[in-house]
Design a protein around this ligand. Structure first.
Ligand SMILES: NC(=O)c1ccc[n+]([C@@H]2O[C@H](COP(=O)([O-])OP(=O)(O)OC[C@H]3O[C@@H](n4cnc5c(N)ncnc54)[C@H](O)[C@@H]3O)[C@@H](O)[C@H]2O)c1
Length: 260
C-alpha cells in the first residue's frame, strides 16, 4: 500500500507510541521511514527502531524549534529529495495544564499549544515544500475534541484547535496536492497518556460504551488507518477526521448508563 513512499514519522518515545506502530506497519507496507524524535527520546527511539523490519534513519528534532525544523528539512531534501508523507504524533502539556482549566498559568497553555498544535502547521509547511508533483499526505492524531471530558483539560482545547487547523491546512496545501487528515483515536496506554491525570476514567468509559471491543494496549488499528491515509488509496480525502475509537463517538451517553 505504501510501496516506494518516503515518510517522516515523528513521536516515537517508547515501543507503545502510536508512531512506533505506524512506522512498523508503514515499513511492512513498503515505505521508507525517517524518524524524527525529540532529542531526549532519541536513544529510546533508536532502541525501538532496532526492532523494525527494515533500517530507518533516526534524527533529533525538537519540533517547537524553528532552527531544528529548518535543519531537518534541509537534511531530508539533501538525502531524499522529496517527502511523500508525514505523521505528526506530537503532544505535550505541562502538568498545570492537564490538571485544570481555570487559573492555569498562560505559559503552560502556550507550551501546550505550541507543541501540540503549532507544530502540525510547521510540518504541513515542510511537507508542502518537499512534496513531489504527485502530492503528499500529512496525518495527525486527535482525541475527540467535540465535548468536554471529565479529564484531559487543556489538551481538549489543543485538540479542538488541531482539528480546526486540519481544515485550514487542507485548504492551503490542496493547491500543491498535499492532503491533511486526522485520526481520532480512542484511549491508548502510552507515555503521553500516563501524564494525563485520571486517564483510566477514559479507558473505563470505553470498556463500557464502545460498541467494538477496545484494547487500550493495541495501537495497530489506529496505525492501519494512518497508513491508509498516507497511501494513494486516500488521494481524494482531505480536511477529514476519521474516528478509530471502536465506535465510542457515535454512542449517546444513555447507553453508558444503561450498561452500568
Ligand atoms: N494515547 C492516547 O490515548 C491518544 C489518543 C488520541 C490521540 N493521541 C495522540 O497521539 C499522539 C502521540 O501520542 P502517544 O499517545 O503515542 O504518546 P507518546 O508519548 O508515545 O508520544 C508523544 C510524542 O510527542 C513527542 N514530543 C513531545 N514534545 C515534542 C517536541 N517538542 N518535539 C518533538 N517531539 C515531541 C514525544 O517525544 C513523544 O514521542 C499525540 O498527539 C496524542 O495526543 C493519543
Amino acid at each position: 500500500m505504501l510501496d516506494g513512499k518516503r515518510l517522516l514519522v515523528t513521536g516515537i518515545a517508547t515501543g507503545d507510541s502510536i508512531a512506533a506502530a505506524v512506522a512498523e506497519r508503514a515499513l511492512l507496507s513498503g515505505a521508507e521511514v525517517w524518524v524524527a524524535a525529540f532529542p531526549r527520546d532519541v536513544p529510546a527511539a533508536k532502541a525501538v527502531a532496532a526492532t523494525f523490519p527494515k533500517p530507518v534513519t533516526v534524527t533529533a528534532v525538537d519540533a517547537t524549534s524553528e532552527e531544528d525544523l529548518t535543519v531537518l528539512e534541509e537534511d531530508v531534501r539533501r538525502q531524499w529529495g522529496h517527502l511523500d508523507g508525514v505523521l505528526h504524533a506530537i503532544a505535550f502539556a505541562p502538568q498545570a495544564a492537564l490538571t485544570g482549566i481555570i487559573d492555569v498559568p498562560a505559559n503552560a497553555v502556550e507550551t501546550a499549544l505550541r507543541t501540540s498544535v503549532w507544530t502540525y502547521s510547521a510540518f504541513g509547511g515542510m511537507l508542502g515544500r518537499l512534496a513531489p508533483p504527485s502530492g503528499a499526505s500529512l496525518v495527525g492524531l486527535d482525541f475527540d475534541s467535540e465535548r468536554a471530558w471529565p479529564v484531559y483539560n487543556w489538551m481538549g482545547p489543543c485538540k479542538a484547535a488541531l482539528r480546526s487547523l486540519n481544515g485550514y491546512l487542507a485548504r492551503d496545501l490542496g493547491t500543491v496536492r498535499v492532503r491533511s487528515n486526522l485520526v481520532a483515536a480512542g484511549p491508548l496506554r502510552t507515555r503521553a497518556a500516563s501524564g494525563i491525570p485520571d486517564f483510566e476514567v477514559l479507558v473505563h468509559s470505553w470498556a463500557r460504551q464502545a460498541p467494538l471491543l477496545w484494547d487500550p494496549t493495541d495501537a495497530s488499528g489506529v496505525a492501519d488507518v494512518v497508513c491508509f491515509l498516507l497511501s494513494d488509496l486516500a488521494r481524494l480525502i482531505t480536511g477529514e477526521v476519521i474516528h478509530v475509537d471502536g465506535g465510542f463517538h457515535a454512542m449517546a451517553t444513555w447507553l453508558n448508563q444503561s450498561k452500568c
